[in-house]
Ligand binder design. Structure first.
Ligand code: NDP
Length: 292
């Protein structure tokens, strides 16, 4: 039976590290770290995500500096809010909660975020830094996957890894991080011919296709480590992109949905914020292992 890659448990352990890091440096820095989640409009799912992020900030001692603008806010008003947060000396991380209401173009707004405060790690400059192996905030979901693999003692150097999905949010940065850890990486997408033949070569398989239960036993090599990034709400709860009950008996390790990658994504947002807080004040931190 496969080991569970338990994101809930690991997220709690990392939160404990963050609490200690913040408590030990706050006196020297003179203030706690600050994270601003900028929400525009009233998308109900976003409301839940923002509340979860703010609760997580509260647990570790990060101040929430969020702002909530009405759905009708013009782009100039959202831009002004971003610029205010860029200039705010108590703000170390900024996150623009997506999706934005129809009519607002997220591209220029995301680019307007100060790259040093880019808590999501999705600014073009930070994706470029990841590509070049330079330090900077890292995309939260793939960084969370790397932390899950590291905590489970999965050795990546020399391993054959396959990532299913090539989005900027997950697949692409995931592939870069696995490659930086010296895995040999292939990326599959919707035009990949014979997906199962490719994924069966994987010793480490990360699935981020956004297709409920698409990956089954026929896609997985015995003993593979399988990470399921997908998350889908169903009538009976949540499911991932992987048919868990089919794959668990043949994998050596597998992440559950929920409770796998999801909790790690929020935690890495906190990590990016605390690292930025330390960096801005020239203070050492011991979170480097969480920044792949
Ligand atoms: P996108 O829809 O942006 O990207 C999906 C990718 O999967 C695309 O590259 C697409 O290929 C590829 N794909 C789709 N169908 C297939 C297929 N049949 N075979 C092979 N590849 C396929 O999704 P995201 O990357 O944003 O998210 C992926 C999943 O992860 C979603 O379920 C999302 O909800 C979840 N997610 C979970 C997070 C968490 O914290 N747990 C955080 C972020 C996302 P192509 O490029 O050719 O279209």
């Amino acid at each position: 039976m496969a080991t569970r890659l338990d994101g809930k448990q690991l997220a709690a352990a990392i939160e404990e590290r963050l609490r200690t890091t913040i408590a030990g440096r706050q006196a020297a820095i003179g203030r706690p770290p600050g994270l601003a989640v900028l929400r525009v409009g009233d998308d109900p799912a976003s409301g839940v995500y923002v509340a979860n992020k703010e609760k997580a900030c509260g647990r570790v001692g990060i101040t929430s500096l969020g702002a909530h603008l009405p759905a009708a806010a013009p782009a100039a008003e959202v831009l002004a809010a971003v610029q205010r947060l860029n200039a705010d000396p108590t703000c170390d991380g900024i996150l623009l909660q997506l999706p934005l209401p129809a009519g607002l173009d997220e591209g220029p707004l995301l680019l307007a975020i100060d790259p040093e405060k880019d808590a999501d790690g999705l600014h073009s400059l930070n994706l470029g830094r990841l590509l070049k192996g330079e330090p900077g905030p890292r995309s939260c979901t793939p960084a969370g996957v790397m932390a899950l693999l590291a905590a489970a003692g999965v050795e990546l150097a020399g391993k054959r890894a396959v990532v299913v999905g090539r989005s900027i949010l997950v697949g692409q940065p995931m592939a870069l991080m696995l490659q930086a850890a010296n895995a040999t990486v292939s990326v599959a997408h919707s035009r990949t011919a014979d997906l199962a033949a490719l994924t069966r070569q994987a010793e480490v398989l990360v699935v981020a296709a956004g297709r409920p239960r698409m990956i089954g036993a026929e896609h997985v090599q015995p003993g593979a480590v399988v990470v399921d990034v997908g998350i889908h709400r169903t009538d009976t709860g949540f499911c991932g992109d992987v048919r868990f009950e089919e794959v668990e008996p043949i994998a050596s390790a597998i992440s559950p949905v929920p409770g796998g990658v999801g909790p790690m994504t929020v935690t890495m947002l906190l990590v990016n914020t605390v690292v930025a807080w330390c960096r801005r004040h020239g203070v050492e931190h011991d979170l480097g292992d969480l920044v792949p």
